[in-house]
Every structure is written in C-alpha cells, then in structure tokens.
Design a protein around this ligand. Structure first.
Ligand SMILES: CC(C)(COP(=O)(O)OP(=O)(O)OC[C@H]1O[C@@H](n2cnc3c(N)ncnc32)[C@H](O)[C@@H]1OP(=O)(O)O)[C@@H](O)C(=O)NCCC(=O)NCCS
Length: 150
C-alpha cells in the first residue's frame, strides 16, 4: 500500500534510514523536528510504502517554488526489484508536477552504484558540468548522526 507520509511514520522511517548504508543522516534535518518541518512545508509530496504493518520503502520530496528535490529514496533490501521505488518516485514527481514544478533534482554519492543505476534507468540525467556546493549555516553544525557501515 502506497500513501502520503505523515509524521506518524517517523519512527519506522528513522529505523529504515538508520539501517541503510550511506544515507548520510543529519542530526538536525533528519530529527523528528526536522522531518516534521519538512512535511509541514511539503504535505503532499512525500510517500511511504507499507506491506501490511511493515514500512518497506519511502521517498522524501519537496520544492521551494522553483525546483523539486528528492531525498532518502529507500526500499528495504528484501523488497527491492519489485518496482516499489519506481512507484514512490513516480508519485512524488506527479505530486511536484501538480504543484507547478518543472524540474526535479537529487544527489547520489558517486560510490552508490545501485542508486546511480536506478536513477539512470528511470531517465534521470547526470549533469557532469555542474559542481555541488553547500555551506552549513547553522551555529551548531548539522553533523551526521552516525554512519551505517555498508
Ligand atoms: C535504489 C533503490 C531505492 C531501488 O529500489 P527498488 O524498489 O529496488 O527499485 P525498482 O524495483 O523500482 O527498480 C527500477 C529499475 O531500476 C534499476 N535498478 C534498481 N536497482 C538496481 C540495482 N541494484 N542494480 C541495477 N539496476 C537497478 C532496474 O532497471 C530496475 O528495473 P528492473 O528491476 O525491472 O530491472 C534501492 O535499491 C535502495 O533502497 N537502495 C539503497 C538506498 C539508495 O541507494 N537509494 C538511492 C540513492 S538516493
């Protein structure tokens, strides 16, 4: 069953994210408060997949009025290659389109071979001419909670 994400999903989401290697979880962004704020700003564009009571996949997506962004696309290992991520991403993209967004962006670490294959297969384009720049603007550094070993 696929449906919109709510903050009630948070504990199951955090458990799934924590058990997924290389998620790069952030202590502020991925805290319950951080996700709650994200969902308040983007109530219609985040989706979860459940098999019975078990959360098996999810996608975070939102926009700033100009570009859509996708984060934390994950499906539990035993549920992969069944089209679940494809369905979640399609729902997120359609929801962004409904909100007037014309382009969606995401980051994949270079070492994530399966992630890269998934996005390329789904028709996403790697922009080799672009560099990714970022700057932490919090007083307290928004550092990673922990790294999950691959
Ligand atoms: C990437 C991920 C979300 C894909 O989830 P999924 O539900 O298995 O994806 P789908 O079943 O919708 O796959 C769609 C297509 O993508 C491609 N694909 C997906 N996983 C792949 C893999 N491991 N190797 C090669 N191609 C892959 C295939 O073409 C697949 O179609 P097919 O199964 O008919 O061949 C999942 O592997 C995952 O959670 N990985 C860990 C987290 C992560 O890396 N997320 C992405 C980075 S942002």
């Amino acid at each position: 069953m696929l449906r919109k994400m709510t903050i009630e999903d948070y504990e199951a989401l955090f458990a799934m994210w924590s058990n997924t290697p290389n998620m790069g979880l952030r202590s502020l962004d991925d805290s319950k408060e951080g996700i709650s704020r994200f969902l308040e700003r983007n109530p219609n564009t985040n989706f979860v997949a459940y098999e019975g009571e078990i959360l098996v996949g999810a996608v975070l997506s939102g926009h700033d009025g100009r570009r859509g962004y996708i984060y934390h696309t994950v499906v539990l290992p035993e549920y992969r290659r069944r089209g679940i991520a494809s369905s979640l991403v399609d729902m997120a993209v359609e929801a962004l389109r409904q909100e007037g967004i014309t382009r969606v962006c995401l980051n994949v670490t270079e070492a994530n071979e399966e992630g890269k294959k998934f996005w390329l297969e789904k028709g996403w384009e790697k922009k080799d001419f672009l560099g990714f720049y970022s700057k932490a603007i919090t007083d307290k550094e928004n550092r990673q909670l922990f790294r999950v070993q691959p």
